[in-house]
Design a protein. Structure first.
Length: 479
């Protein structure tokens, strides 16, 4: 199903990178030849990763910097740089290194923020290349955080690179920066929507696009830059994509969205890390890769020769392999329903000034094309939550209509209420406001409020129904 290894394909760019290396060799520029790899390997590699890491690869820069280096992709990139001969790899991340981090003498872990200029200047000083992976990932963070990390953080990395004289910078971007809701199936990077777009479906995509545009447009003879993006990364130590899907499948909550024929490209974490390293090698003076955007996938290792997989077929295979029930025997959730619910959720989020996980971006970009696992279960649960919300809204609308009808009738006809004064009950005309309050209390099952008691026997007065006096007016009587 989800295969490890395989050839790295940077969209249509693999041929471009090879051509760039040949051109650099013709010009006598920096072209690295394959070298013997270091024999040290991370103890957390899978058998397939371990075998693939033994192949001879071109040398990498001696001093490397990786922002976001303790994340899923960043951690594997740090390991791969050491495997290919880097003498020092500096890893900057706001999250301390986890237990699965490789404790190698060539790796320096720094806990810090890319928006902290002093920390970033210290980490970048003397580096040969900076891989900028740090980002506020996902569509559910506060609005200011996206701009501070994804955009201002990228500007800060650019500034630090120029200040330190770093020659190369590779940014990890996202395909969502090119997604505007139109069909991008089968398009190359050059054919996809260009930046900046008129509008973005999600704030994460907008701020990533802003950061990417700043990085790629800054490429010149002093600093060579490019942006590389994966599509649905998976692999060993993945704590987001496949684990969340399997958790939803194991609890029986996971359902197929639409007809289940969604096409997707997967990217093994090793392929993406390898693609990021290839991007660095393609950056030099006069390179056609300078300032460009590329997408990395597993390419022809997908089941289909065109380089794609059926999303729900792959997910179902994983669920069945774990002993869970097949998804194809369960009721499918129609995309039309999800789109309606997403539109309503966006209106509610706008009114409340917050962000809800169910929105059109998740339905279109992450359900119709390539759903992110941490939204699959949430969207499924939201379908039922919104159904219950609609039921309660309907009930309250019904109550409001009843109140309005009663008030209108009371204003036109008048309602009399029993009032006790000094032991004698009288009927008096009640106000429309009092009748409205009484009606609401009656619909909610509470005691009738249209009763005022004076004198010695307050409990003997019988409450009147809001509409009963309209057909029968009681005479004064003894309490």
């Amino acid at each position: 199903m989800l295969r490890e290894g395989g050839e790295t394909h940077v969209g249509h760019s693999q041929r471009t990178i090879h051509t760039a290396q040949q051109r650099a060799a013709d010009l006598g520029l920096d072209v690295r030849t394959p070298i013997a790899m270091t024999t040290e390997r991370s103890p957390h590699l899978s058998p397939v990763q371990l075998e693939a890491s033994k192949a001879k690869r071109p040398a990498v820069p001696k001093i490397c910097v990786v922002t976001g280096g303790t994340g899923f992709v960043g951690a594997r990139l740090v390991e791969m740089l050491v495997e290919r001969g880097a003498k020092e790899v500096r890893c900057l991340d706001v999250v301390p290194p986890p237990a699965t981090a490789w404790r190698h003498p060539n790796i320096t872990y720094v806990t810090g923020d890319v928006c902290d200029a002093a920390t970033l200047d210290w980490v970048v000083a003397g580096a040969d290349c900076v891989w900028h992976n740090a980002a506020a990932v996902g569509p559910f963070h506060p609005r200011p955080l996206y701009f501070r990390v994804n955009y201002e953080g990228s500007l800060n990395v650019l500034r630090a690179c120029r200040k330190a004289g770093v020659k190369k910078m590779v940014m990890s971007s996202s395909p969502s920066t090119r997604f505007d809701g139109s069909d991008v199936d089968g398009l190359t990077e050059a054919q996809m929507p260009t930046l900046p777009q008129k509008r973005y479906l999600q704030l994460y995509a907008e701020t990533k696009a802003m950061g990417e545009l700043a990085v790629t447009s800054a490429s010149d003879d002093e600093l060579f830059t490019c942006a590389v993006a994966p599509h649905q990364v998976y692999g060993p130590r993945d704590n987001l994509f496949l684990p969340n899907i399997l958790e939803a499948g194991g609890t029986g909550r996971l359902r197929i969205f639409g007809n289940g024929q969604n096409r997707i490209c997967f990217t093994h974490v090793d392929n993406y890390a390898h693609g990021l390293i290839l991007a660095e090698q393609a950056l030099y003076r006069g390179s056609p890769s300078n300032g460009k955007f590329y997408i990395v996938t597993d390419g022809d290792t997908h089941p289909h020769p065109q380089g794609y997989e059926r999303l729900w077929v792959a997910i179902d295979e994983a669920c069945v392999a774990m002993g869970f029930a097949s998804l194809w025997g369960k009721v499918k959730l129609p995309l039309a329903l999800l789109n309606v619910l997403a539109a309503v959720a966006e209106v509610v989020a706008w009114l409340l000034g917050t962000t809800l996980k169910l929105n059109r971006f998740n339905v279109k970009a992450r359900v119709a094309a390539a759903p992110s696992a941490h939204t699959l279960t949430y969207i499924y649960v939201c379908v039922y939550i919104y159904i219950y919300i609609y039921i309660y809204i309907y009930i309250y609308i019904y109550m409001c209509v009843c109140v309005c009808v009663c008030v209108c009738v009371c204003v036109c006809v008048g309602v009399r209420v029993c009032v006790c004064e000094r032991g004698v009950c009288h009927t008096r005309l009640a106000s429309a406001h009092a009748v409205a309050v009484a009606t609401v209390h009656t619909l909610r099952g509470r005691r009738h409020p249209l009763r005022r008691h004076h004198g010695r026997h307050p409990r003997r007065c019988r409450p009147l129904s809001p509409l009963a006096p309209l057909v029968h007016i009681r005479s004064p009587r003894r309490c």
